[in-house]
Design a binder for this molecule. Structure first.
Ligand SMILES: *Cc1c(COP(=O)(O)O)cnc(C)c1O
Length: 416
């Protein structure tokens, strides 16, 4: 393994290297991989060194079941302050009456939202998985599909857009107890007001699973679901750029139900190091630098979409409002799986995803990570060209890989 990075600067001392070189080498190798390839996975980002510092801190040792001021363990007086700060910062950031920052992941936040509002067997209307719904939106392989009766809405196969008339018609027919809006691959803003109208028309709760766009919301670059949804679930590690984890936002009247749904119903002890890291990330997200970042993420995604369209790829909905876009590589004569392999060989890391046309898979890209690295529209245009070159195999993969290494070398995620 040719390693060009060290953990110095990220770790105060090389304790791990001395004690366990085998694992230290893996950490360094992963840092090297992240630093020398392009992270275009729409769900990924680079946290700040400050967030990493909170994660790798003695707060990881603390047991803290319950909530600040009402814990089942002693010695929580200091971590209580960390959680209170995290809650206050996220409430201020999103203008929410209540926040729960204990969810271990986005999926556990969704589980808690269902636990707060539903009973097993209830009907839930959510975006169907073949159209971009998340596993927690009714997959038979997930608790959601086993314990609830999910009905799926889709996107228009031609426009790729949510058909709000179809959502209303399905809601009228199936009378769901809750409606979920949110997706893993929808590139446009969701009309939360339209979903609220449908939910009100049929007496359903509205759950916004804003795992992807919540960071854009924090930076004022996307509309907020908070005024419309009964519960907003989110991750903290996507565009929001915090530690891996989840959170829930709701009004005061659901606060107690949401808290009890997280602990003790679906989780045990809170992870205080992660909660402290969330507080750090929320602090960062409240700065004008983060507002500028969130807007640049969208500018970059649009530039990337334009570049890929110019290279002949079919961009779903013709572009994007957010950090993510999905494309069909078929016009270049490759299917999505082959494309992902060729791109990986060239150092461009991304996922395949569902496309609006049933049974066709595409590629999903996001600009959250490359924007954190400081890349702008010029780099997005270059990435689009490299992307197409790798797909068409018109330049040796090795050459494209070297140019990617060059590009990432000029924009290190963790400058030393
Ligand atoms: C990422 C995501 C989740 C789940 O987050 P995890 O932290 O991976 O559990 C849930 N819903 C949507 C829409 C997502 O995009």
């Amino acid at each position: 393994m040719v390693v060009t990075h060290t953990l110095e600067g990220l770790l105060p001392t090389d304790v791990l290297g001395r004690q366990d070189p085998e694992l230290a080498e893996i950490l360094i190798g992963e840092l090297d991989r992240q630093s020398t390839t392009l992270q275009l996975i729409a769900a990924e980002n680079f946290t700040s060194p400050a967030v990493l510092a909170a994660l790798g801190s003695p707060l990881a040792n603390k047991y803290a079941e319950g909530y600040p001021g009402a814990r089942h363990h002693g010695g929580c007086e200091i971590v209580d302050v960390a959680e209170r700060i995290a809650v206050e910062r996220t409430k201020a950031l999103f203008g929410a009456e209540h926040a729960n920052v204990q969810s271990h992941s986005g999926s556990s936040a969704v589980l808690a939202a269902y636990a707060a509002l539903l009973r097993p067997g209830d009907t839930v209307l959510a975006m169907g998985l073949p159209h971009g719904g998340h596993l927690t939106h009714g997959s038979p392989a997930n608790f959601s599909g086993r314990w609830f009766d999910f009905v799926g809405y889709g996107v228009d196969p031609e426009s790729g857009l949510i058909d709000y008339d179809q959502v209303l018609a399905l809601a009228r027919t199936h009378r769901p107890k809750a409606i979920v809006c949110g997706s893993i691959s929808y590139p446009r803003h969701i009309d939360y007001g339209a979903f609220k109208d449908v939910a009100e028309a049929v007496g359903a709760y509205l759950i916004a699973d804003a795992a992807h766009p919540i960071g854009l919301v924090a930076g004022g670059a996307a509309p907020s679901p908070v005024p419309y949804a009964d519960i907003v679930c989110a991750t903290t590690h996507k565009v929001l750029r915090g530690p891996r984890g989840g959170m829930l936002l709701c009004g005061a009247e659901l606060a107690e139900r949401v808290d009890r749904a997280v602990f003790p119903f679906t989780q045990g002890g809170a992870q205080m190091h992660t909660i402290a890291a969330k507080a750090v990330a929320f602090g960062e997200a409240a700065t004008s630098a983060f507002t500028a970042y969130a807007h640049q993420v969208v500018v970059n995604a649009r530039a990337l979409a334009r570049g890929l369209a110019a290279e002949g790829l079919a961009v779903t909905t013709g572009g994007t409002d957010t950090h993510l876009l999905t494309v069909d590589p078929a016009p270049l004569g490759v299917d999505a799986r082959t494309a992902r392999g060729r791109l990986a060989a060239a150092g461009m890391v991304l996922d395949t995803c569902a496309l609006p046309h049933p049974d066709v898979r595409g590629l999903r890209l996001g600009t959250a990570a490359v924007t954190t690295q400081g890349m702008g529209e010029v780099e997005m245009s270059r990435i689009a060209v490299l992307f197409a070159e790798a797909l068409r195999e018109e330049r040796a993969g090795r050459e494209v890989r070297e140019e990617v290494r060059d590009l990432t070398g000029r924009f290190p995620p963790y400058p030393v």
